[in-house]
Write a protein that binds this ligand. Structure first.
Ligand SMILES: [Zn+2]
Length: 223
């Protein structure tokens, strides 16, 4: 079930917004709290172990429905922020106030850990419950609020609702995915060129001949 998440956003908060995806049809990728945890693992915000612990605890507290509702509400809020950033607007004060509330769940404390590369100072979450898991998305969104201007874009396909952070040096990324929307645009441009060529050839058909318009064949008057 991993492929339902389309991690093209290049940013945790943007990928979270992109869990509603689609072009002609909108597809919801998050159907329950389990999906939200799966997304967080796929996006690298939780380890498998952390996700299992959060899932057990949420189940114990019978809080799955509350956690899922909170996730969708957070997504709506982050979508507003991402939309504002993509259109070059400063974030609305209301978005910032709501985000600040969510950020309380993102508090961390430092711990020294031993890794293969030596001692490492790591920030661990204070809140290890489901709200702490969502706090990680809020923290990522806060990064967009303070530094996201200019790099957040909507896919150039007007039918597509996906966003991404353009990390390219020249800031030239246009599509959520070259393979999908970029390719669609190429195919459409090719079809447009082919139509224009056929119109030009019709227009230049010498008078007295059958016009090359198969749908309305007619003999043009001779001079
Ligand atoms: Zn797209």
């Amino acid at each position: 079930m991993q492929d339902r998440f389309w991690l093209v956003g290049n940013h945790l908060a943007v990928d979270f917004v992109n869990t509603v995806l689609g072009t002609d049809l909108r597809t919801e990728a998050l159907h329950d709290w389990g999906d939200v945890l799966r997304f967080l693992v796929r996006a690298g915000a939780l380890t498998e172990r952390e996700a299992r612990r959060v899932r057990r605890q949420t189940r114990r507290e019978h809080a799955e429905a509350a956690a899922y509702a909170a996730a969708l509400s957070l997504r709506d809020m982050v979508r507003e922020l991402v939309t504002e950033r993509a259109s070059g607007k400063a974030p609305a004060l209301e978005s910032i106030s709501r985000l600040n509330l969510e950020l309380e769940a993102a508090a961390t404390y430092p711990q020294i850990r031993e890794t293969d590369e030596g001692w490492w100072l790591e920030d661990l979450p204070v809140n290890r419950s489901w709200s702490g898991a969502l706090g990680r998305i809020a923290l990522a969104a806060a990064g967009l609020a303070v530094r996201g201007a200019g790099s957040i874009r909507k896919c150039a396909n007007p039918e597509c609702i996906l966003y991404f952070r353009d990390a390219s040096q020249a800031q030239v990324r246009r599509w959520c995915s070259m393979a999908v929307c970029g390719n669609r645009a190429k195919v459409a441009a090719h079809a447009r060129r082919a139509t224009e060529t056929s119109i030009r050839s019709r227009v230049s058909t010498p008078r007295g001949q059958l016009a090359a318009d198969a749908s309305t064949p007619r003999i043009l008057a001779k001079p």
